[in-house]
Design a protein around this ligand. Structure first.
Ligand code: ADP
Ligand code: MG
Length: 697
């Protein structure tokens, strides 16, 4: 048995190690930097670097890297060794403060959406001391932000840190109004629940679609899917169990609080949830978790699929972003308190979130917009593309009572007077948990369920933090000048409920009638695809808010728009090219090969004499030939759709072309190929089927 206590965070240069290895003065100063986001002095950086290097070398590291999150996808690192020549011709292992604080990855091929002209192509990376350094594969990894020389953010961490600052600043203004003078910083916390699939590596290697795109582009439904619900929370198979144990151990070493693991709804689907932490750290940890899942899977002869929709017709994978705000003194601002005053404060923070989600529904939607996630949102398994909030009955009753100035049933028919009454503690139970809601209040946190499984949670939390900061700013502006605080507070909460209650929906989010009501009666947005959602980033109200909160500059927003749309177009184009290759070189030859072997058999039967009946042979040959013809022309149509896309240089127009022409052409080709699969003898089919993949582990 592993001694968890011994291995936990054994590869992390964390508080315990810092305290033990740094002179007290240096430690205290670093601690201030970490806790209050202050700048780190050069002399301190030198001492920290020295201790860090010594610790890393003792723990087997030979290299260091500035570990960062460019706008492409996962994480990036460029390794440098600690080795420096010593005067005596030997070497010393060394690492300076300058190297710790700043690196120059010369990473000119990362997308910048035009932010860096080539003459100043280099970006630089800067240590984020609020996320601990760690050792991975004999390399000391230093979590860093990645910026251009002009100071524009080229990564996901920089705006995330800015959004956390923005929220803290505004939340503090509110807390001061409630007489709180102790709190120095408000922190946002996240616990991301990560879903994934495991498939057998041998089978995976036989499918080019999985290799190139991470999802299956073809595949008929197997006779058994998830209809029996026999996988959800079912017993974990030994091979998967071994993987999970190994994974936990690797994550624990990195100080990641991997806590729960279980089977998910779809066969071969699983989930891992960590204990929540500060948004910034949770984001880094989630990136690491995804990377390590893939690595550990490989050791077990498995492949971990993080794509949002690896299999059509089977549940996809998401990431539930459990989000809350708390003070540096440890109190959760989304938890109703023990005194009437705390309750009023809770309600104010609550309606701030409601207002934020209503005002910036489009930002939340576009934060999770990717080609992969488009398959999930609204597909009767994940929340719809329409953003709404679930509050639950208890809380809804409270808000109703405030809105209408009417008696609140739960409180012996008394009216709620904010600042006077105590609210009930809302049960954190799972019974009436609405799994169909995109944004659900779950007792003391909100769970945002639209995030895709492969996505970085940074984008989502940047938007939530910024939007809530904006609500709080508006509230503080109004309340700071109030003559009678309690009355103004009551009015403000009531007005906010009235203005934004359209975003609250406690019913079934998967119901078509809801989408109808949401869009027609409530005027909520239904941004179905990435091509629909992303242009909203450049809407004036959104740009104004994100710029005013100091989270993005206009140039950064424009560059992000380009990069995210480009990513959408490129991803789908790769899928289209992969489909063409598989259809032409594998599927069509298989279908035609099977048809001609049937024809040969038919020919021999016919030669045996006129008495032999060949009805089935003829029927099947006919069907297969028709399908082959259909596949052939669908390939041509898809090919010309790709050619047409390649002629378009404007990225917005290209994304619309992908949505309106390329994706439909891909769907047509797929349908025919999937039909052909159900008619072609197994021995002729060129790659593992859905049944093989989903039930093969
Ligand atoms: P479930 O959603 O499966 O019922 P939990 O509600 O216990 O499970 O937790 C789901 C995730 O939410 C976990 O990652 C957990 O750490 C996280 N979480 C719990 N409390 C908070 C909080 N106050 N803020 C942010 N995340 C939280
Ligand atoms: Mg959950």
């Amino acid at each position: 048995m592993t001694n968890v206590n011994e291995i936990f965070a054994s590869k992390v240069f964390d508080d315990k190690v810092m305290r033990a290895r740094l002179p007290e003065k240096i430690y205290n100063s670093l601690r201030q930097t970490i806790d209050q986001g202050q700048a780190l002095g050069a002399d301190i950086a030198d001492q920290v670097a020295k201790a860090m290097c010594q610790w890393a070398v003792e723990n087997g590291a030979t290299h260091f890297t500035h570990w960062f999150q460019p706008l492409t996808g996962i994480t990036a690192e460029k390794h440098d060794s600690f080795i420096n020549p010593a005067p005596d011709g030997r070497i010393i292992m060394e690492f300076s403060g300058k190297e710790l604080i700043k690196g120059e990855p010369d990473a000119s091929s990362f997308p910048s959406g035009g932010l860096r002209a080539t003459f100043e192509a280099r970006g630089y990376t800067a240590w984020d001391p609020s996320s601990y350094a760690f050792i991975k594969d004999n390399t000391l990894c230093i979590p860093t932000a990645f910026c251009s020389y002009g100071g524009e953010a080229l990564d996901k961490k920089t705006p995330l840190l800015r959004s956390m600052d923005a929220l803290s600043k505004q939340a503090l203004r509110i807390l001061r109004l409630f007489g709180n003078t102790e709190v120095k910083r408000v922190i946002t916390n996240v616990g991301p629940e990560q879903e994934y699939f495991l498939v057998d590596r041998e089978m995976y290697l036989k499918r080019r679609d999985l290799i190139y795109t991470g999802r299956t582009l073809f595949g008929a439904k197997p006779p058994k899917g998830q209809e029996l619900d026999d996988h959800y929370f079912g017993a974990i198979k030994p091979r998967v169990q071994a993987f999970m144990e190994d994974l936990n151990e690797e994550l624990w070493k990195l100080g990641i609080l991997a806590k729960t693991e279980h089977n998910e709804v779809a066969p071969a689907q699983h989930e891992l949830a960590p204990i929540y932490s500060t948004t910034n750290v949770a984001t880094d940890h989630n990136q690491l978790t995804m990377e390590i899942m893939k690595k550990v899977a490989r050791k077990h002869g498995l492949v971990c699929l993080l794509h949002e929709k690896p299999f059509a017709g089977v549940n996809g994978s998401g990431k539930h972003n459990n989000w809350s705000m708390s003070t540096d003194t440890g109190s959760n601002l989304l938890s109703p308190g023990d005194t009437p005053f705390e309750n009023a404060q809770f309600l104010l923070f609550l309606v701030a979130v409601i207002k934020a989600v209503d005002d910036y529904q489009d930002l939340l939607r576009l934060a999770v917009a990717t080609a992969g996630n488009d398959h999930r949102l609204g597909a009767n398994e994940a929340p719809p593309a329409v953003v709404s909030i679930f509050l639950g009955d208890e809380l809804q009753t409270v808000l109703d009572a405030i809105e209408t100035d009417s008696p609140y049933a739960g409180k012996e028919k008394t009216r709620i007077k904010l600042g006077v009454d105590i609210l009930p503690r809302f049960a954190r139970d799972t019974t009436d948990r609405n799994r169909t809601s995109p944004f659900a209040f779950t007792g003391n946190k909100f769970e945002f369920r639209m995030v895709g499984s492969s996505d970085s949670i940074a984008c989502t939390n940047i938007m939530i933090n910024s939007a809530v900061a904006e609500s709080l700013k508006q509230f503080a502006d109004r309340l700071e000048g109030a003559e009678d605080f309690s009355t103004q507070l009551h009015e403000l909460i009531k007005e906010t409920i009235i203005a934004h209650k359209r975003i609250i929906f406690n019913g079934n989010g998967y119901d078509d009638a809801w989408i109808e009501q949401a869009t027609k009666e409530r005027g909520l947005l239904n941004l179905k695809t990435t091509a629909d959602a992303l242009p909203r980033l450049l809407e004036k109200k959104n740009m104004d808010m994100l710029i005013a909160q100091g989270v993005f500059t206009e140039a950064e927003l424009r560059s992000r728009y380009e990069i995210q749309l480009e990513n959408y177009v490129r991803t789908v184009r790769i899928e289209a090219m992969t489909m063409l290759e598989m259809a032409r070189r594998e599927i069509l030859p298989a279908v035609m090969g099977y048809a001609s072997s049937l024809a040969e058999g038919l020919y021999r039967k016919k030669a045996a004499g006129p008495a032999v009946t060949c009805k089935a042979d003829v029927k099947l040959i006919d069907k297969l030939s028709d399908l082959a013809d259909g596949i052939d022309s669908a390939e041509d149509i898809l090919e010309s759709a790709v050619a047409a896309l390649d002629m378009i240089s404007d990225i917005t127009a290209a994304s619309e072309n992908v949505r309106d022409r390329l994706i439909p052409a891909m769907q047509s080709l797929r349908e025919l190929c999937d039909q052909a699969e159900t008619l072609t003898a197994r021995s002729f089919w060129p790659f593992p089927t859905y049944g093989d993949l989903l039930f093969g582990v």
